[in-house]
Structures are given as C-alpha cells and as structure tokens.
Design a binder for this molecule. Structure first.
Ligand code: C2E
Ligand code: MG
Ligand code: MG
Ligand code: MG
Length: 279
C-alpha cells in the first residue's frame, strides 16, 4: 500500500483500474447482444465417482466466445448478468443448450448427465418452472439428463422462496445440488428441509485440505453430514492426486477439478469420457 501511495505508482494503479473498469463496461453492454447473436458456448467439466474412477457426468459452464476478445469466462460477466436481469435469458439459453446437447448424445447412443447452475435471481423467476418443463418436453428429456446446482448463499438470500422453488423443481423429478457448500451460513435445520440430493463442498476447503487441518476437518465433517442426511457429496476444485486420494479415504462420493480435467467444449467432453471408458 505504501508503494501505491507514493508518486507515479498511484497513477499507474488507478490507470489500470480505470482501463479494467472501461473494458468491463464495454463488455457488459455487449452481453445482451451476445445471447441474441449466439456467442455463448456450453463447456463441460467432468465429474468422477471417486472410488471407481468412473465418469458420472459434468458441470455445464458457460463461456462467451467474444468476436474480438476471444473466450471470456463467467467470472467476468455472471455478476453483471445477475444485477441487470440478463441472467434470465442466459439461464434459458443454458437450459436449452444443455438439453440440445443431451438430445444429440442420446441420439448417438451414449450420454452423461449435465449439472446446470442457477442464480439467486432464477429462484424468483415466475416463469422458471414453466420454462424448465417446456424444455424437458421439447427435447424429450430422459430422467437424469439434467441436475441443477444452487449456491448455498443464493438459497440463503431468501430461504423461504428458495425452499418453495426447489420443492417445485423436485416435483419434476430433477436432481438438485447445493453448490459452494460451507460458505453460505445455512443452518442444519434448514438444510434438513431442502429437497436436495447432493452437497458440493466449496473449493476453498478442498484447496486447503493438504496443508490446513481446519480445511480437512471441514471437508471430513461435510462428507459425514451429507451421508448421515442420506445425501451424496462432491468435492469441487480438486487440483492434485494427493487430494483425490485423501477424498477417497474420507469416502467422498464424487470429485471435480483440474487434476481430473479442466472444463472442455461439449464436443471434447464426449471424446474425453469415451477415452476414459476404454482405460
Ligand atoms: P461454480 O459453479 O462453483 O463452478 C466451478 C468453477 O471452478 C468453474 O469456473 C470451474 O472452471 C472452476 N474450477 C473447476 N475445477 C477447478 C480447480 O481444480 N481449481 C480451480 N482453481 N478452479 C476450478 P468458471 O467456469 O469460471 O465458472 C465460475 C462460476 O460462474 C461458477 O462457479 C458459477 O457460479 C458461474 N457460472 C458458470 N456458468 C454458469 C451458468 O451457466 N449460469 C450461472 N448462473 N452461473 C454460471
Ligand atoms: Mg456450480
Ligand atoms: Mg461451485
Ligand atoms: Mg465455486
């Protein structure tokens, strides 16, 4: 902070921020058009069953193929989409893209389930249920094609409304997971009421497991908690083999992370799982 406070570095630092801010604002004004021009892409990050090493699906992650800037990650636009309401068409786009992909895989004879991220704002979308039902019908979805992930903090913004929306999604027999679990201050009393199938342990705890006893203890107790409530549990952000081995010892059901695979364009994911099945 002292370096920033002295002489030229202030101007440099501020200049950097202004440029970043300007870049971001330009990008945001283009987002609506991006959805209309079909510049979004479906990427998939594989999930493994820890014990068997088998592929058990993938998380659907949006990427924006920007004509000038190249691939833009959701960290650069999801927040803005949530604040402006653009998340609603983005969620609809993703729902359709994921089901279209599943339909194509199904036609080819083999498919893997995809998990779609919902935002806090989606929980208040009065058309969400209708939209989901419509999309499932349009693509002739089979049970198990898609799952939804909701972050614990999104649920906690309005726990009562969240419970209501989740219950209605559950009536469509969809699987539900709580994302970034452990960072959102939910109570166990609330968790017990939610019609969810899976807890997804936040990557901050998974990253810290190897060097921090506290993180390992949180991961361990979350796995036990999930199992004692009859839920399955997945660790996200698994970056090395030692962590994967430890998760196996702790009886974690599933894992996702760079040491298994980075997110891949949907077509490459199919190649990846076929190749994995041969080994
Ligand atoms: P998330 O749902 O918690 O997804 C996991 C994020 O962690 C992904 O970032 C993934 O690429 C990254 N990741 C996976 N494995 C590792 C690892 O081993 N190490 C590290 N350091 N990172 C790992 P991504 O794709 O940039 O997405 C960021 C967030 O953006 C997601 O977090 C999710 O909250 C949001 N997001 C992505 N796609 C969508 C979407 O279609 N709709 C909504 N509403 N949100 C989305
Ligand atoms: Mg997620
Ligand atoms: Mg997550
Ligand atoms: Mg996360």
């Amino acid at each position: 902070t002292q370096a920033r406070g002295s002489g030229n570095s202030v101007a440099l630092f501020k200049g950097g921020l202004d440029r970043e801010c300007a870049r971001r604002m330009a990008l945001m004004s283009e987002l609506r058009g991006a959805i209309e021009r079909d510049e979004l892409m479906l990427w998939c990050q594989p999930k493994l069953q820890v014990k068997s090493g088998r592929v058990c699906g993938a998380e659907a992650l949006v990427r924006w193929k920007h004509p000038r800037l190249g691939m833009v990650s959701p960290g650069d636009f999801i927040k803005h989409a949530e604040n402006t309401g653009l998340i609603t068409p983005l969620t609809y786009w993703m729902l359709d893209a994921a089901l279209r992909q599943l339909y194509a895989w199904h036609e080819q004879g083999e498919w893997q389930p995809l998990s779609i991220n919902l935002s806090a704002r989606d929980l208040h979308d009065p058309k969400l249920l209708e939209r989901v039902e419509g999309a499932l019908a349009t693509w002739g979805a089979e049970p198990g094609w898609i799952e939804f992930e909701l972050t614990e903090s999104a649920l906690m913004l309005d726990p009562t409304a969240a419970l209501e929306t989740l219950s209605r999604l559950k009536r469509l027999e969809l699987r539900l997971a709580i994302d970034d679990y452990g960072t959102g201050y939910s109570s166990l009393a609330y968790l017990r009421q939610l019609p969810v199938d899976t807890l997804k342990i936040d990557q901050s705890f998974v990253h810290g497991m190897q060097r921090d006893q506290g993180c390992e203890a949180i991961v361990h107790s979350t796995i036990e908690l999930a199992h004692s409530l009859g839920l399955s549990v997945i660790a996200e952000g698994v970056e090395d083999q030692a962590t994967l081995t430890r998760l196996d010892a702790l009886a974690c059901d599933m894992a996702q992370g760079y040491c298994i695979s980075r997110p891949l364009p949907a077509e490459e994911f199919k190649g990846w799982w076929m190749q994995k099945a041969r080994h």
